[in-house]
Design a protein around this ligand. Structure first.
Ligand SMILES: Nc1ncnc2c1ncn2[C@@H]1O[C@H](COP(=O)(O)OP(=O)(O)O)[C@@H](O)[C@H]1O
Ligand SMILES: NC(=O)OP(=O)(O)O
Length: 315
């Protein structure tokens, strides 16, 4: 039987941990990779994508703080590329170690990925994507007094974070290279941090100072490489309706139409669960037989085996 292709999108808790040091994040990645290897052992061809919100925000801050004539600050698109390189390196290192331990001889490659956006996307007028650390309201006021171009928003009761524009992905420039690597049995790490946003102007490709939502970019990539499954790993085992209310109910196996009905009812929070469900629905709608699965990192294998998680299907 032909190997099934799976795009696995890693959420914040798969990488960001503890004090955010390289050591703490790599420890989290070690655990994450042990879950990924279990799926690869089942015989899936895996493409790994990941978020970068905390990391790209921190890299940007480091640029601003260290800015001088000798050490000029890099813009956000370049910070996005740095975050892809950093997380891609950590994932490659762990993958290589753990695959060898399991006697799997597959090669791993992380691809610096540019994702095309529409320069007329209305998202350019409204920054929504939270990046970097959390601040108190007082800290935010102080920062804004010094630089009124930086925008902050309150993030789901957890504190204030800088927000940047987040246009929708329309194409992935490296998807043919990614396909070629998959055909040659590579495990590919791509579209990290939603990919580096770029747009075309005449014959040029121009970087955009924004951060694409990794769930939408993962969906676009899954479509372009003709994947069978889009697996979105986050903190919760299931998607719920009436989330955090006494009548909360876990969604198990549902059709994309049912998911769309709940989306319309406003059951999923914007900026957290809604993009995941939307990405899964769009993937399932793009071709009959495709499956979108949303679950927690530690339940990834069980969800693939049909034992848990929220599975969105055609019917
Ligand atoms: N209806 C819902 N069902 C499940 N989780 C929800 C729902 N609405 C909001 N959430 C929240 O969304 C979070 C996942 O989003 P987020 O933390 O942004 O994802 P990521 O893992 O990509 O960083 C969950 O941990 C949960 O707290
Ligand atoms: N780029 C992106 O969506 O990152 P997070 O998942 O970390 O927010």
């Amino acid at each position: 039987m032909k190997e099934q292709k799976i795009v696995i999108a890693l959420g914040g808790n798969a990488i960001q941990a503890g004090d955010g040091s390289a050591q703490a994040q790599q420890k989290a990645i070690e655990k994450t990779v042990s879950q990924l290897v279990k799926i690869i052992k089942l015989g899936y061809q895996a493409v790994i994508t990941h978020g970068n919100g905390p990391q790209v925000g921190n890299i940007l801050l480091q640029q601003i703080k260290a800015h001088s004539k000798q050490t000029p600050a890099m813009p956000l698109d370049t910070c996005g590329a740095m975050s892809q390189g950093m997380i891609g390196y950590w994932l490659e290192k762990q993958m290589n170690t753990q695959l060898r331990k399991e006697g799997i001889s597959k090669e791993v490659a992380a691809i610096v990925t540019q994702v095309e956006v529409d320069p007329k996307d209305p998202a350019f007028n409204n920054p929504t994507k939270p990046i970097g650390p959390f601040y108190s309201e007082e800290e935010v006021k102080k920062i804004m007094e010094e630089d009124d171009e930086i925008i902050f928003k309150e993030d789901a009761g957890r504190g204030w974070r800088r927000v940047v524009v987040s246009p929708k992905p329309i194409n992935i420039l490296e998807y043919k290279s990614i396909k070629t690597l998959i055909q040659n049995d590579y495990i590919v790490i791509a579209a990290g941090g939603g990919g580096i946003p770029v747009y075309r102007h005449n014959d040029r490709i121009i970087g955009v100072e924004g951060v694409i939502d990794k769930d939408f970019a993962s969906e676009k990539l899954a479509e372009l490489i003709d994947a069978d499954i889009l697996l979105i790993l986050t903190e919760v085992e299931n998607v719920y309706i009436h989330f955090n209310k006494p009548e909360q109910k876990a969604l198990k196996e549902i059709s994309f139409r049912e998911a769309e009905k709940y989306m319309k009812q406003g059951q999923f929070a914007q900026g957290s669960m809604l993009p995941k469900v939307e990405a899964a629905v769009n993937f399932v709608k793009s071709k009959p037989g495709r499956k979108g699965v949303i679950t927690s990192l530690d339940k990834a294998l069980d969800a693939i085996l049909g034992k848990t998680g929220t599975v969105i299907k055609t019917e």
